[in-house]
Design a protein around this ligand. Sequence first.
Ligand code: CP3
Length: 340
Amino acid sequence: MNRNSLILRQLKGERTEKRPVWLMRQAGRYLPEYRELRAQKGGFLELVYDSQAAAEITMQPIWRFGFDAAILFADILMIPHAMGQNLKFTAGEGPRLSPRLIESDLKALEAMPQRLEPIYETVRLVRAQLDADKALLGFAGSPWTVATYMVHGEGSRDQTETRLHAYQNEAGFAELIAAITQQTINYLSQQITAGVDSVQLFDSWAGNLSPAQFERWVIAPNAEIVAALKTMHPDTPIIGFPKGAGGKLPAYARETGVDALGLDETVDPVWAHNVLPDGLPVQGNLDPLALLTGGHALDSAITNCLEALSGRPHIFNLGHGIIKETPISHVETLMARLQG
Ligand code: CP3
């Protein structure tokens, strides 16, 4: 393990004096240098598949702000793309996958594992230039969240189509979740082999499921991923981020075996500290809107977060991705508070 990395030390259960920090979506559209490179390369997917460009983008927020971790520049939808769906990002519309699995069969897709190769190359390129005291984080979407895009073909407000599909086509949906789970284990294992220090599982749409469906489609597959990665890479910490899980967080933490838990901005950090297993590291959970607003709102939200989570290992982060209109100066203010 990299003893110099504050984030890795916190993930291993140590409480360091300075609270380490990174921000979800820290590489992206709020940065002028990102927008410039994206315009040059033609689009988001062009950036992800160009390992040199993706490595540069991964480094941009580190160069500008000195965050304690870099997160691999890629997307959770690279897995559906490698499983054979077509993937398009159209500006202003969000992602589109085809054919949608609500009306077609997983078995009709032709797997394209070579589509993931440039991502492992990005990891190697970043690792070679990242200082030893910074952590490199890999990631994947969790099977449930990835399945919502594969089934419906695009994002949706409350995932009704996929939740209904999971009831009405239970056996087929279980096969889809099992297939994504296997792909994800392999993908994350290869990211770790290529050089990431820790991985995060993003479950952005975990919040709309009934308790029984949450057990089956969120907890069970994530537990399987954690168990498989632990046998292959026992020293690599895994961060789980079941966004919107609320009162189901303690069960998620206990039953999946993740090493750390990401908290979204709707979670009361005082409550989380009281109900989560003692010593479990947490990550979060500044409201992205407080960072967008700045001033007193930002100051008091930072204080709240730092104080409420001072009793356990804590990695400072937002509760969800940074909003693209966020002024650079507000991120600088945040860093001055945390690093000062
Ligand atoms: O955090 C990081 O900086 C690492 C890179 C990263 C991206 N997406 C880059 C990206 C990560 C970890 C993700 C995760 C992701 N992608 C999630 C889970 C987290 C979350 O935000 O809930 C989801 C649901 C996706 C799927 C996705 N990708 C959507 C719905 C969109 C379009 C909406 C949007 O925010 O633009 C994307 C595009 C995307 N992924 C962009 C970036 C930087 C914007 C692309 C651009 O227009 O330049």
